[in-house]
Design a protein around this ligand. Sequence first.
Ligand SMILES: [Zn+2]
Ligand SMILES: [Zn+2]
Length: 487
Amino acid sequence: MDAGAAVETSPDFPIPETMKAWVLGNPSELALTRKPVPMPKRAEVLVRIDAVAICATDLEIIDHGSPALIQGGMPFNKNFTPGHEYMGTVVGLGPGVDEYRIGQRVTVEIHAGCGQCKRCRAGMYTSCLNYGLNYGELDKGHRANGFTTDGGFCEYQVNNINTLVAIPDGMSDEEATLVVTAGTAMYGLTELGGLVAGESVVVTGPGPIGLLGVAVAKALSASPVILTGTRDNRLRIGRELGADHVVNVRNEDAVEAVRRLNGGKGVDYVIECSGAPNAVNDAIRMVSRGGKVCLAAFPHQETPVDVAQIVRNNIYLYGIRGEGRSATHRAEALMSQKRFDATKIHTHTFALDDLPTAIRYAKDRVDDAIKVVVKAKGVAAHRVAASRLRALVSEMAGTSPAMTMHSEEMRAQRLRIRNVMRRASLRVSSRMSPVSRRRFGISMPATIGACHDQNVARTHAGERLARAQYRERTFEAAKVEGCFRHG
Ligand SMILES: [Zn+2]
Ligand SMILES: [Zn+2]
């Protein structure tokens, strides 16, 4: 970066001239290239990106273009870098910025509205009337990183100070990337008019926003909170995040179940996060008369809606876009006070270079992926963990051969290994490639009981399966270079 006189930087955070950046070519084509590190202007800072989460909207943009809008059109072949759910460290201050300091950890929200239109003035900057008018003669100062301006699948990005949320030291990089997701759920509740303790909420669809919607509603003392969905493993996480009841809609009628669980009258609010074709019709039957429905997901096709049901029952429908009215700050407040553990939805971390693999995990829900995070740095922590693991493994190798896989000693050792990995967000999966295992100095037979895919690690049957897989080396077929996982 050519740091102009008015841009403040620090020798503690040296800024290179160029950076790694993924750019979008034709639909679904990403290429890793180098770009100049951007320069913060007035009211902007330069953020070194430490972690970025993949969002369903990123997948939509990469494959279909919309809702990104680059130079007034589709984002393809315009040297555009997608990615928007990132966090990092402030390393450069634009002219006049004194709200943040260099070295401060921040997470970001996406939309810096123009600040001058009617909607921005009312705090609805995600619905800025000058959306995308940030180029050529028409530059209105609008930014929506990863949508109308370059985003976070790179090493550095500029952010308007209005889009920054300071985070405490105790919050991990991965958790910080989830603030914006919780912020979307918070914005939904804000737009419904706010939630009073004891009011009832249904969340439909246990995707990332739905699951954190459960957590946010519960943290605000909603009661009961009911989550509906089709996958038991997701519903189980919803329970861990505070849902009082979960309903698997494959097994029972969602509307009937909700009415039964809430005394027959229906609930105060529904937050619709499924985008299922009949979701709106279900939602307007789940709320009581005068109830409110927030639409946070959309089906890809137009769907018929029972308008008479809405009118006769004085039901309110709200469409929300993203996270306006500083909802991310309120979400972060709940998270830093540990009112819920958002990391329950973080499942995988990859290196920035492995973005295509990370995207495949997110898109195909490989290995039950929910939130997949990509990290440019953080390798140091993994190295520390790897050397600690090596020590534990050699310790294990020196133990008595009589020690069986299920002995107390072995169990304790496995626990120690697992804890080291957990602290470093490190996961050694049975699918990890031999190259990665060698890099981390991990001998598979010694650690397999502790470290292979945690989805099967919990049962002895799973352990036997993984050991058999190891023997047959079938896991080598699926190469997952550098695959880490939060414990
Ligand atoms: Zn997103
Ligand atoms: Zn605006």
